[in-house]
Ligand binder design. Structure first.
Ligand SMILES: [Zn+2]
Ligand SMILES: [Zn+2]
Length: 427
């Protein structure tokens, strides 16, 4: 009898526990969607919803509290509750500086040249950053780590990841000095290691070897994911390191690829582009840089694959927002840059390329802040090409002016390199 009562009590408390548990799960789900809501929109620039290539899930907007599919079952896995992740390709002129944030955690990858350190700090402060949970110095070239001593001196930092290579430059030594002055340590990049970042995570995928002739091949590469969205970022890694990433068998597919080495022809080999198979490519590059980045050969090979290109020298700071399913992009000219702003790019919306499936872009076509484009706006076409362009595009061999309506009537599609005006789909 006593034992019977105990069993009943136990059963009762088990039921209470389950009820309590489901209550907390519902509470935390509500908390998640609240955080999602308050976290939207930073820039004052152009904002566009992007169709993501691989997901079959159609719904983009998660404004409503009911967006997390809940059927009340406490045994549901938490797979559907991805938070927001933002990835900022900060315009630092010729160089790289990338900030990823999610759930109040921050990862900074590179900080541009020495002269850009203060601008990067200002940008971070404008976002309310006080601590960088992770810092990655991809490789010891000055256009990547030049500003990092200033950043490390100015912010609290957690894990600092670097490749196992030493440069005897004053710039590199200044970074090491800043690290030891703060009593911090260096974590050597180890391929296969994953780190949590808010609702997502990143995994080290390069460098896979050592003894490289070229410092660029030491670049730390990561694949950053949030739900079904992913970013592949690998500093200045060139074809040799790209081949090693391919041979490692790790997953390389990504929605967004930062083209290696500022779009130079030593990176972005065909096999690598095919394996990553991105919808969007970002080139972090300075206006009129002395190296001729990006290479026209690479621009052509990216364009052939219908990958839409974003460039910091033309669009300024480029910010992707992931909700775990879909991506939105916004661009802010002159946020922190030494890049001179090109007036022709600040007017037109940065918009989706013709490669997107029509109904995906229709459901995503809430282009916040963009005016409907007038069909009489002048675009530029060529004699035989299947695309139309903005003035000055490198693919404009023969330059024939036409209105946007005429170009569309001829079945031409927007060039993915120069992002000419597009019409919003209305249905
Ligand atoms: Zn570089
Ligand atoms: Zn480099």
């Amino acid at each position: 009898m006593i034992s019977g009562k105990r069993i009943q009590n136990r059963r009762f408390s088990a039921i209470t526990a389950i009820l309590l548990l489901s209550f907390f799960i519902i509470l935390s789900a509500a908390g998640c969607s609240k955080r999602t809501d308050s976290n939207s929109g930073t820039g004052t620039g152009t904002e566009t919803n992007l169709p993501t290539a691989d997901t079959g899930t159609e719904e983009t907007d998660s404004d409503t509290p009911g967006s997390i599919p809940g059927n009340g079952s406490a045994s549901e896995s938490p797979a559907a509750s991805s938070g927001i992740m933002k990835v900022h390709f900060i315009d630092v002129g010729q160089g790289d500086a990338i900030l990823a944030e999610s759930g109040g955690q921050y990862l900074l990858i590179d900080a541009g040249e020495n002269t850009q350190g203060d601008a990067v700090c200002r940008y971070l402060r404008s976002l309310g950053v006080s601590r960088l949970d992770y810092i990655i110095c991809t490789h010891p070239h000055s256009d990547h780590i030049g500003g990092m001593d200033t950043v490390i001196s100015s912010f609290d930092a957690g894990i600092i990841i670097m490749p196992d290579v030493i440069e005897t430059t004053r710039t590199f030594e200044a970074v090491l000095d800043a690290i030891s002055a703060k009593g911090l340590t260096i974590t050597k990049a180890a391929v296969g290691t994953s780190y949590a970042l808010g609702s997502g995570s990143f995994r080290i995928i390069a460098p896979n070897g050592s003894g490289y002739d070229d410092i660029n091949d030491y670049s730390v590469g990561i694949r950053l994911t949030n739900g079904s969205n992913s970013f592949l970022l690998a500093g200045d890694a060139e074809a040799l390191s790209e081949r090693e990433m391919l041979e490692s068998g790790t997953s390389l597919s990504a929605d967004v690829l930062k083209l290696g080495h500022h779009g130079s022809s030593y990176s972005s080999s065909d096999d690598f582009l095919d394996a990553v198979d991105p919808s969007y490519a970002v080139i972090s590059v300075g206006t009129g840089n002395q190296y001729g980045h990006p290479s026209s050969e690479i621009l052509a090979s990216v364009s052939e694959r219908d990958i839409q290109i974003f460039r910091t020298d033309r669009q300024g700071t480029i910010i992707f927002t992931s909700d775990g399913n879909s991506l939105t992009v916004s661009t802010v000219l002159g946020a922190s840059s030494t890049n001179s702003s090109d007036p022709s790019t600040s007017s037109g919306p940065v918009s989706d390329s013709g490669s997107a499936p029509a109904d995906a872009s229709a459901s995503d076509a809430v282009m916040a802040g963009s005016e409907p484009i007038d069909g009489n706006v002048i675009v530029h076409t060529t004699k035989t090409g299947k695309k139309y362009h903005s003035a000055g595009c490198i693919y404009l061999k023969s330059d024939i002016a036409a209105t946007l309506d005429e170009a569309l009537t001829r079945g031409l599609e927007p060039c993915s390199e120069c992002s000419p005006p597009v019409k919003q789909i209305t249905n």
